[in-house]
Design a protein around this ligand. Structure first.
Ligand code: NAD
Length: 479
């Protein structure tokens, strides 16, 4: 018997008229039945969000009251953390130790934005005109279509809903068709927190119909998207219709630079966590390792040894460090690109195929390391969204910078060196939205997050993100 989930539209839970089955990546078998939003469902959700924006109690609510609702939502997430983590693990294969840890961050982001709700101030402007006063107001941008990919759906929606609701916007949140269970369950907490009907609507469905209707909808004022670059191009074409504002958090091929002056053991631990954490299914995965030639062989041997010790197993088991990939499509893409890279001259250090000892239909792959002799190896350019580390050697700092910046993406980067002046030079030179020095993959609600180039537009996190959900009104008063 499959578990069933519902949409949340205009304050009501609805079973939906069309459905699809969700697959457990650890078994390859369907475990839940999800509603698939039709164009009519999307329309109703957007209209409800628009009504809530313009006429419901939401419009008249003081900013501090919005903050209280967000804080209440954060408390409910903390209360139900175990249930939410288990659902995310079941539906996406992300290991339970990671989903549990991430739920903590999810609540933290909502709390942070709860505190910012009444701090989005306008400004008094001392204009040089007789008898004139001028000031600006920050008003909510409007109806937000928040679209998230399957990995980390609770987290990736928190970085959109937190600032959007703090700013007074209303939201239609579209969960990915892969692994939507945690977000559909989260809708119940939104309801319990007491947000007025229509302020938050949660639906799921397929990109080509439900996503398409949402992003072209004339009542949508902003599309906040996280996902792949191809989908982002569709969305930008779609928003040419409604001229909605857009923020795009896309993929990455993030470089990690290791110089020969560092403690290799500590760098090695960060590199392993940076690429094999979440089975590599992270937009900021440190998937390109650039290592100074003198220490390359030693570091590679250490990495291969640590990769072999990673505990692969059931995602529900707390001891498991790496679970299956979320979809079969990703497993096939990974295997194809690893083969093309070996054909182009890369040496397979470890992994490369499915991990042994699991059900034939499951999506387990082994941690993989490719030693690349030059920069034209496909694995150095293609985002796997899986546990594949591509290693390339450099001789000096200038070469390291050139290799690091030789990518269409520009999301994150890591630098391991004990030379402070070199670290500062690299911070200036690296073409990436995030530079982590002697650490990797640390996030905080206070710190903006986002990429350069094909990695996206706009920033999530911090006050910057909250202001991006407001629009400025300029006021002139003849006194
Ligand atoms: P995807 O682009 O296929 O799907 C993302 C979402 O877009 C899904 O909800 C999907 O239904 C929807 N969608 C698909 N087509 C659409 C359309 N035409 N109109 C509107 N919506 C549409 O991405 P994915 O495979 O689910 O996720 C992996 C990608 O997400 C990777 O490229 C990864 O790097 C990226 N990602 C980025 C970040 C970040 O913060 N930068 C974080 C996580 C993942």
């Amino acid at each position: 018997m499959l578990q069933t989930f519902q949409h949340y539209i205009d304050g009501q839970f609805e079973p939906g008229t069309a459905h699809f089955d969700s697959v457990d990546p650890a078994t390859g078998q369907a475990w839940a039945r999800m509603p698939a939003a039709t164009s009519e469902d999307v329309n109703r959700a957007v209209r409800a969000a628009h009504r809530a924006l313009t006429a419901s109690p939401w419009r008249g609510l003081h900013a501090s009251a919005r903050g209280k609702l967000l804080a209440r939502l954060a408390d409910l997430i903390t209360r139900d953390a175990t249930m939410l983590a288990e659902l995310e693990t079941r539906d996406t294969g992300k290991v339970i130790r990671e989903t549990r840890a991430q739920i903590g961050y999810v609540a933290e982001y909502y709390r942070y934005y709860a505190g910012l709700a009444d701090k989005m101030e306008g400004r008094h402007l001392p204009v040089d005109k007789a008898d004139m006063e001028a000031y600006t107001r920050r008003e909510p941008l409007g109806v937000v279509a928040a679209i998230v990919p399957w990995n980390s759906q609770l987290f990736l929606s928190a970085v959109k809903l937190g600032p959007a609701l703090a700013a007074g916007c209303t939201v239609v949140l579209k969960a990915s068709e892969e692994g939507p269970a945690p977000l559909l369950a989260f809708a119940k907490l939104v309801h319990e927190a007491g947000f007025p009907a229509g302020v938050v609507n949660v639906i799921t469905g397929f990109g080509h119909d439900c996503g398409q209707t949402l992003t072209t909808h004339p009542l949508v004022d902003k599309v906040a998207f996280t996902g792949g670059p191809e989908t982002a191009r569709h969305i930008v074409r779609n928003t040419a219709e409604n001229l909605a504002d857009t923020s795009l958090e896309l993929g990455g091929k993030s470089p990690v630079l290791v110089f020969d002056d560092v403690d290799l053991e500590s760098a090695c631990n960060s590199i392993v966590a940076g690429i094999f954490g979440a089975s590599g299914q992270s937009c900021v995965a440190g998937s390109r390792l650039l290592v100074q030639r003198g220490v390359a062989d030693r570091l590679l041997a250490m990495l291969a040894e640590k990769a072999a010790r990673i505990r692969i197993g059931s995602p529900q088991d707390l001891a498991t460090e790496m679970g299956p990939l979320a979809t079969r499509k990703q497993v096939e893409h990974l295997q194809r690109t690893v083969k093309a890279s070996i054909d182009a001259g890369a040496t397979l250090v470890c992994g490369g195929g499915t991990a042994e000892g699991f059900a034939p239909d499951s999506h387990y792959v082994a941690p993989t390391i490719l030693d690349c002799p030059h920069a034209d190896i496909p694995s150095l350019r293609t985002e796997f969204f899986g546990p594949v580390l591509s290693v390339i050697r450099f001789d000096n700092e200038a070469e390291a910078i050139a290799l690091a910046n030789d990518s269409a993406y520009g999301l994150a980067s890591g630098v391991f060196t004990t030379n402070l002046t070199r670290a500062h030079r690299l911070i200036r030179e690296l073409r990436a939205g995030i530079v982590w020095v002697n650490t990797y993959r640390v996030v905080s609600p206070l710190v903006p997050f986002g990429g350069f180039g094909q990695s996206g537009l706009g920033r999530e996190g911090g006050m910057e993100a909250a202001l991006a959900y407001t629009r400025t009104k300029s006021v002139w008063i003849n006194t």
